[in-house]
Design a protein around this ligand. Structure first.
Ligand SMILES: Nc1nc2c(ncn2[C@@H]2O[C@H](COP(=O)(O)OP(=O)(O)OP(=O)(O)O)[C@@H](O)[C@H]2O)c(=O)[nH]1
Ligand SMILES: [Mg+2]
Ligand SMILES: [Zn+2]
Length: 323
């Protein structure tokens, strides 16, 4: 923790709207966006942070960020060392973006939705690129039906339909939302349509190499013209949230948590225990089998971390987050 006496006096409130390590873009109280630097080595900020800053002429920056305000909410990721790494702060809603291409990773979507539950965020799912034929594949249609049925807002969009983002704009018009998902699903393309006048770089997949260009490298916060704030974030290959204790993993899966109230044992892990209410609910189609498998994957990961923490070994997953 920074000592109060080392903090320069005369600071003003600001908001981090983009963060590139020690260089950040800050929005001041009048709405101006200024390049700033972080003061001191141990100060760390993420997009969405509310901070104190002061004007300064420092290495091409207009100001120095001197302090981070406590975060109201934070979306974090589990890093390979087993630690929790903040991605964006002070948000209200996570929007998981899927597309038919690159092929929708539904388990990844479930992990994002679980992250939202644990971080106390609203969550929604958007199927983008609905102009592509794969958008009506049964697995995708079924997954969206399940998300809708368990209470998540679900919207569809396509850049080929000029008017089609109204539904999404309404969904995002309150509070701060972040678009998350695989690289190339069209988060920046959606952002460009929701916030006219900006040019979030859109990656054009070069066919020969499948290498993406202009892939988003840092989360950026924009003001939506119809109200609300939108954060476009860099795409991922994989994502896992910081995990709770194994017995609390089910709270990340709201339909499983709802049924689990009827399990015989309060610490039931819903993996074949006697008197488990989740298994029969899945057999009867009231809990989606794919979601149950996603839950069990995260449960396995949580158990792995809990075991390593007990043996005080280095908390590293063996490979990736999938089992
Ligand atoms: N057919 C179709 N293509 C789209 C649509 N939206 C985006 N694309 C294309 O998908 C590619 C990736 O779009 P981006 O907006 O850069 O994707 P992203 O999710 O921001 O990617 P990262 O920044 O790497 O995470 C680009 O070639 C877009 O033109 C859509 O609705 N339909
Ligand atoms: Mg992008
Ligand atoms: Zn159970």
């Amino acid at each position: 923790m920074r000592q109060p006496e080392s903090k320069p006096a005369g600071s003003a409130p600001g908001r981090i709207v983009a963060s590139h390590g020690r260089r950040v873009l800050l929005e001041d109280a009048s709405g101006r966006r200024l390049p700033c630097r972080l003061f001191g080595r141990d100060l760390k900020v993420v997009c969405g942070d509310r901070v104190r800053w002061r004007p300064a002429d420092a290495e091409g920056a207009d100001g120095l960020v001197v302090e981070v305000e406590p975060r109201r909410t934070v979306l974090s990721r589990l890093n390979m060392g087993g630690g929790s790494e903040p991605i964006v702060a002070n948000l209200d809603r996570l929007v998981a973006v899927l597309a038919p291409a690159p092929a929708a990773d539904l388990d990844l979507c479930d992990r994002y939705l679980a992250a939202a539950e644990w971080a106390d965020l609203e969550a929604a799912v958007v199927l983008n690129k609905r102009d592509l034929p794969g958008a009506s594949e049964p697995v995708l249609t079924r997954a969206l039906d399940v998300y809708r049925r368990i209470g998540y807002a679900v919207a569809t969009a396509s850049k080929r339909e000029p008017a089609g983002v109204d539904e999404l704009a309404r969904l995002l018009s309150r509070g701060t939302s972040v678009l998350v998902g695989q690289s190339g699903v069209g988060k920046s393309s959606l952002t460009n349509r929701l916030v006219p006048g900006i040019e979030a770089a859109v990656q054009e997949i070069s066919r020969g190499t499948q290498e993406g260009r202009h892939t988003t490298t840092a989360a950026v916060l924009y003001l939506l013209p119809g109200g609300g704030e939108l954060i476009d974030s860099p795409g991922v290959r994989d994502y896992a949230p910081p995990l709770p204790a194994p017995r609390n993993v089910a709270s990340g899966f709201r339909e499983i948590a709802a049924v689990a109230a009827d399990c015989r044992f309060p610490d039931c892990h819903h993996r074949g225990e006697p008197g488990c209410a989740v298994e029969p609910a899945a057999a009867a189609g009231r809990v989606d089998a794919r979601r149950l498998a996603s839950y069990r994957q995260l449960l396995g990961l949580a158990e792995q971390f809990a075991a390593r923490a007990r043996s005080k070994g280095p908390p590293r997953p063996d490979r990736g987050f999938r089992r």
